[in-house]
Write a protein that binds this ligand. Structure first.
Ligand SMILES: NC(=O)c1ccc[n+]([C@@H]2O[C@H](COP(=O)([O-])OP(=O)(O)OC[C@H]3O[C@@H](n4cnc5c(N)ncnc54)[C@H](OP(=O)(O)O)[C@@H]3O)[C@@H](O)[C@H]2O)c1
Length: 275
């Protein structure tokens, strides 16, 4: 079976070697030609347009950025649809909106061709290790025809329904991954908070204030804590907050009356409330 491949970016450039290694002849095209150099050295043939790729292939794959790129390589003036021979199958592996994929599939059907959506789950290293998961939407018979090619690309290949169903499935998987990523971030933040911040109480004791004579003179302390440090409701001149590792708290401390002819000796006491 002659294989065509359109889109040799991060994904295409690791998928093509798997097809070559499985013994399929591959003809490729990429908008930016120089990115194909390594694949050409590895045995891939070059065609000057997606249409030319299709003219020499029984099955044509594409994996490009988004729906607009898929429309261009599939339906544009030099698109795959203009080069396929009767019986040819187009397999798009891009992750795109299911409706956009269905629209392209309808255009192919109008011209008597089958398009399958076959998005792939797995980053480039996963593909290189042969562990990617490919879900497929569209005509089941054509799926069976291209199954050997898909099995050469990934370890798990599954037909999930009509056109667009695989794109929808892929988006559902991505959605779950995002939830996992967000939950992971929250978990790390929580763990870091536990290990790097300690609940601390700082109490300002002033022996002078305990001296009856001075108290009679109505000497008071005015302590302004840093941001995020609150007065301890249970103690006078005491403050509580979470002290992060490496953080320094600077308290602004003044005595009242300011013009007294004595100096105030402060003895701040720091307690860790719990580990
Ligand atoms: N990377 C991943 O981990 C991963 C995993 C699963 C699925 N996917 C999906 O796979 C698809 C491709 O991803 P990628 O990582 O391979 O992206 P990439 O490295 O950015 O490559 C994108 C490819 O699309 C081509 N392209 C973009 N716009 C085009 C246009 N208007 N006409 C023709 N070609 C165009 C680029 O050509 P140029 O080289 O000329 O720019 C390049 O070959 C995306 O749908 C992505 O969501 C990616």
């Amino acid at each position: 079976m002659r294989v065509g491949f359109v889109g040799l970016g991060a994904m295409g450039s690791v998928i093509v070697p798997r097809l070559l290694a499985a013994g399929y002849p591959v003809t490729g095209w990429n908008r930016t030609e120089h990115k194909a150099r390594r694949l050409l050295e590895a045995g891939m043939a070059w065609a000057p347009s997606p249409r030319a790729v299709a003219e020499g292939s029984d099955v044509v794959f594409s994996i490009v950025t988004d729906a607009q790129a898929v429309r261009e390589v599939a339906l544009g003036p030099q698109g795959i649809v203009h080069g396929l021979a009767p019986g040819g199958v187009y397999v798009d592996m891009s992750t795109i909106d299911p409706d956009a994929s269905r629209e392209v599939a309808r255009e192919f059907a109008r011209k008597g061709f089958v398009m399958l959506d076959a998005p792939i789950s797995g980053a480039p290293p996963t593909v290189e290790q042969g562990k990617a998961f490919i879900m497929v939407g569209g005509d089941r018979e054509s799926y069976q025809r291209v199954y050997p090619l898909l099995s050469a690309i990934g370890s798990k290949v599954m037909h999930v329904g009509a056109n667009g169903a695989a794109c929808a499935m892929k988006l559902a998987i991505n959605l779950l991954l995002m939830v996992e990523v967000i939950a992971f971030g929250e978990a790390v933040a929580l763990a870091e908070k536990q290990t790097t911040a300690l609940p601390v109480r700082v109490t300002f004791a002033c022996p002078l204030l305990e001296d009856e004579q001075a108290s009679d003179d109505e000497v008071t302390l005015e302590v302004t804590p840093p941001e995020d440090v609150d007065p301890d409701p249970e103690r006078e001149n005491a403050f509580v907050g979470e002290l992060a590792r490496g953080e320094v708290w600077r308290f602004d401390v003044r005595s009242e009356p300011y013009e007294a002819d004595w100096s105030v000796r402060l003895e701040p006491k720091v307690e860790v409330l719990s580990a």
